[in-house]
Design a protein around this ligand. Structure first.
Ligand SMILES: NC(=O)C1=CN([C@@H]2O[C@H](COP(=O)(O)OP(=O)(O)OC[C@H]3O[C@@H](n4cnc5c(N)ncnc54)[C@H](OP(=O)(O)O)[C@@H]3O)[C@@H](O)[C@H]2O)C=CC1
Ligand SMILES: CC(=O)N[C@@H](CCC(=O)OP(=O)(O)O)C(=O)O
Length: 309
């Protein structure tokens, strides 16, 4: 029997990508609303309560409203928005963070899909905090570049209608980006990183980097210890891999169009300085790929079904 899935916000940037990944699958039946019904509260309420799993690809307020419409104990929710990523009663949908995390997702009724930037930051930092190599109070920073689809339909239009001429721009300069609480909480840090996001004139793709002065850390670990911890953490995770390729260059587009994420430990062993770098697709492992992965796990399906390698 197939799993009944309703995508609320299916006409948006993330919703469309989820539909593509679920198209043609026999283990799921996908429902969406078209035209005026898309934003009609009564139609959405019916579709939500008819579904086994609802995937919310909506702005935060609309996602909160949709959760309030669930009035039966069967319907489970995956929320791709920022609304519930540190909320009580929600399971954070990042299965690679630990085996317990994946088990939690499998049994959860409410799953929050990670943000694209936090996916990169948490993958790089969380195992190192857990291993005691980065103290919880350490002042970290996180520099990242996103493709413009990260800003949804509105930013896609802004870049493609040439209203914005820039090739690259930094933003969130007041250091109060909506992803800070999520990064702090799930990394187990005492305070959030200094987060420096930016957008490039590329539709999709993301590169996130944590610079780290290893020599200044209490344990002054060598680069090889950092590498060993990350390799161990992601030894059995098909979507998340640690490259050991001594890359001289890392491209924004490396994982664009896929649901993979690649982590690297670069740096200078002599000076004890490291650059921890993650590449992913903001719409792949950063959004739609992660949502489909969570759906598969929640429904007990092949965990990699529909994902793009
Ligand atoms: N784009 C990305 O890379 C990522 C996005 N996300 C998150 O996923 C969510 C969706 O983002 P994204 O796809 O980029 O956004 P888009 O703006 O591209 O899509 C949002 C969709 O929701 C629709 N919508 C808005 N309000 C309502 C409502 N009340 N009822 C029903 N539909 C509604 C919009 O319709 P209309 O356009 O007509 O208003 C639009 O189709 C956001 O919370 C975003 O933060 C998470 C990770 C990455
Ligand atoms: C380029 C761009 O504007 N990106 C968005 C984040 C996209 C995203 O991840 O949205 P979620 O918060 O739902 O995760 C931003 O910085 O607000």
């Amino acid at each position: 029997m197939s799993v009944a899935v309703f995508i609320d916000g299916a006409a948006g940037t993330t919703g469309l990508e989820i539909r593509e990944r679920l198209a043609g699958r026999e283990d799921v039946t996908v429902a969406t609303l078209q035209g005026d019904a898309r934003k009609d509260a009564a139609a959405r309420r019916v579709a939500i309560n008819d579904a086994d799993i609802v995937v919310l690809c909506l702005p935060d307020d609309a996602a909160r409203e949709a959760v309030g419409m669930v009035d039966n104990p069967r319907t489970r929710v995956i929320d791709a928005s920022t609304a519930h990523r540190v909320a009580d009663g929600w399971t954070y949908g990042f299965p690679e963070l630990s085996a317990e995390q994946e088990e939690g997702i499998a049994g959860a009724r409410l799953v929050s899909n990670p943000g694209c930037y936090p996916t990169a930051f948490l993958a790089l930092v969380t195992p190192l905090v857990r291993a005691g190599l980065i103290p919880a109070g350490w002042p970290l920073s996180f520099n990242a570049v996103s493709g413009y689809s990260g800003g949804g339909n509105a930013m896609v239009a802004e870049f493609e209608d040439n209203a914005t001429q820039t090739a690259f721009r930094a933003y969130a300069l007041s250091l109060s980006h909506k992803h800070l609480a999520e990064m702090r909480t799930h990394a187990g840090l005492g305070h959030p990183p200094v987060f420096q996001p930016s957008v490039a004139r590329a539709y999709r793709g993301m590169l996130g980097e944590v610079p780290l002065s290893l020599a200044a850390l209490p344990k002054a670990p060598p680069l090889s210890d950092v590498m060993a911890i990350l390799c161990d953490a992601y030894a059995d995770t098909p979507l998340v891999t640690v490259a050991q390729d001594d890359a001289a260059l890392v491209m924004l587009e490396e994982n664009a169009g896929t649901d993979r994420m690649t982590l690297r430990v670069c740096g200078n062993a002599g000076t004890g300085q490291a650059r921890l770098i993650a590449t992913l697709d903001n719409l792949g492992k950063g959004a739609a790929g992660a949502a489909v992965q969570n759906l598969n796990i929640m429904a007990g399906l092949d965990p990699l079904a529909g994902l793009v390698f």
